[in-house]
Design a protein. Structure first.
Length: 241
């Protein structure tokens, strides 16, 4: 089932009275439980796509929630109070939702930290808190804009694996924007490659990797097909005719 579809979407901004063409004929759809990575040159319109999904365009079904580059945790609120914030704002503080939060805190290893403050947590734990807060309000689609950009390489791999596990076990349809091709291939079911502005879809790659046991982004990186996808996407990105 499709949870989102873009049909022939274009977007212009107005720049000093002149139209700035940013997106041109963008078409793709996102299926239930699927992870799509969008990659492309800086300034091509990736964030614009997320902004369209969260505001200007109507999704096929449901509600859309956004999670940004920074984790936006409030330093004066505890982990638990940060997580409840989304539910509070949406007036969704039901017994059922509170139980769900408790379950996620437990499953994702944050139970013993619920009364701590954000500055007492590692970068990876902060990301998990932000993710649980987003998932608590049960969005149909999870939008992630360069979520690992601020992390060092080793932490990035670890946090990426953690997040993948959470997203897959909650079966959330997800769109993740990243300029890092390896990250895109390691995490996504499909990778959408954009051209420079005005961005068109150059190609959509269906990622099929041979992996022993359950897939994780880390295992994806050592699958046989990984390098071939990397080379193809790299060439696609650098071939701007
Ligand atoms: P990306 O996320 O791929 O780096 P963006 O979607 O942020 O790219 O931006 C695409 C282009 O649109 C850039 O050239 C940017 O300067 C321009 N842009 C983004 N937002 C606006 C805006 N509100 N008004 C005018 N131009 C914008
Ligand atoms: Mg951006």
């Amino acid at each position: 089932m499709e949870v989102l579809s873009f049909k022939n979407v274009s977007k212009n901004y107005c720049n000093k009275g002149e139209p700035l063409k940013v997106l041109k004929n963008i078409e793709f759809s996102l299926l239930e439980g699927e992870i799509i990575a969008i990659t492309g040159p800086s300034g091509s319109g990736k964030t614009t796509i997320l902004n369209l999904i969260s505001g200007l365009l109507q999704p096929t079904i449901g509600e859309i929630e956004n999670m940004f580059q920074k984790d936006h945790l409030f330093e004066w609120r505890t982990v638990y109070d940060n997580i409840l914030l989304g539910l509070e704002i949406k007036k969704m503080l039901t017994k059922e939702n509170l139980e769900k939060v408790d379950r996620m805190l437990d499953v994702y290893g944050l139970k013993d930290f619920k009364d701590n403050y954000p500055h007492e947590l590692s970068g990876g734990m902060r990301q998990r808190v932000a993710l649980i807060r987003t998932l608590a309000v049960n969005p149909t689609i999870l939008l992630l804009d360069e979520p690992f950009a601020a992390l060092d390489y080793q932490t990035k791999l670890k946090v990426c694996d953690d997040m993948y596990k959470i997203i897959k076990s909650e079966k959330k349809a997800t769109i993740i924007v990243t300029h890092d091709i390896t990250e895109a291939i390691s995490i996504a079911d499909k990778v959408i490659v954009l051209s420079p502005r005005p961005a068109e879809i150059k190609k959509i790659y269906q990622i099929n990797l041979t992996i022993d046991g359950e897939r994780t982004p880390f295992k994806s990186r050592s699958a046989n097909e990984f390098k071939d996808y990397f080379n193809e996407i790299w060439q696609e990105l650098n071939n701007n005719v």
